[in-house]
Design a binder for this molecule. Sequence first.
Ligand SMILES: Cc1cc2nc3c(=O)[nH]c(=O)nc-3n(C[C@H](O)[C@H](O)[C@H](O)COP(=O)(O)O)c2cc1C
Length: 146
Amino acid sequence: MTKSLLRILYSSKTHQRLSEIDLTKLLQQSRQNNWQIQIHGILCYNHSDFIQVLEGPETAVIKLYQKILDDDRHYDCKLINICLSNKYIFNDWSMGYIDISQGNMRRLRQELPEKLSSDNADKFAFQLKHYLNSPSQKNADQTLFI
Ligand SMILES: Cc1cc2nc3c(=O)[nH]c(=O)nc-3n(C[C@H](O)[C@H](O)[C@H](O)COP(=O)(O)O)c2cc1C
């Protein structure tokens, strides 16, 4: 099967904690834009660090990532994995959101390596999806991150 989608996983930092209003604006803007260009994914934030997965048509993802790299709401973007894929993981979400300061998600940023193999990056993305889809997000305590 042709792998026509591109998926990237990156982390970055914020200079200062984003307000609820600024975070909501960022999510609204992302969801509106992503919907139009068939991009899906998830954004995790813990008051000082972002982790984001973006997936979609190759050119659209690259163009968006270039815009994101230039965004002064964050800095120190580190590309953890980039891979081709034949299906969306976050097909139900134009941009899902997890507050990673909750539960054992807090450990995530410290434990996430600078680079992941594509298999492990996919595994990690599925774990985030599982967390996102659990109604009370209590399952985070049973989630084992790589
Ligand atoms: C951590 C982070 C994640 C972002 N994620 C997205 C995204 O998924 N989609 C998006 O369109 N913009 C995202 N942005 C915003 C872009 O950097 C940029 O401001 C936006 O795409 C510009 O939209 P416009 O062309 O409609 O003005 C993100 C910004 C930050 C700081």
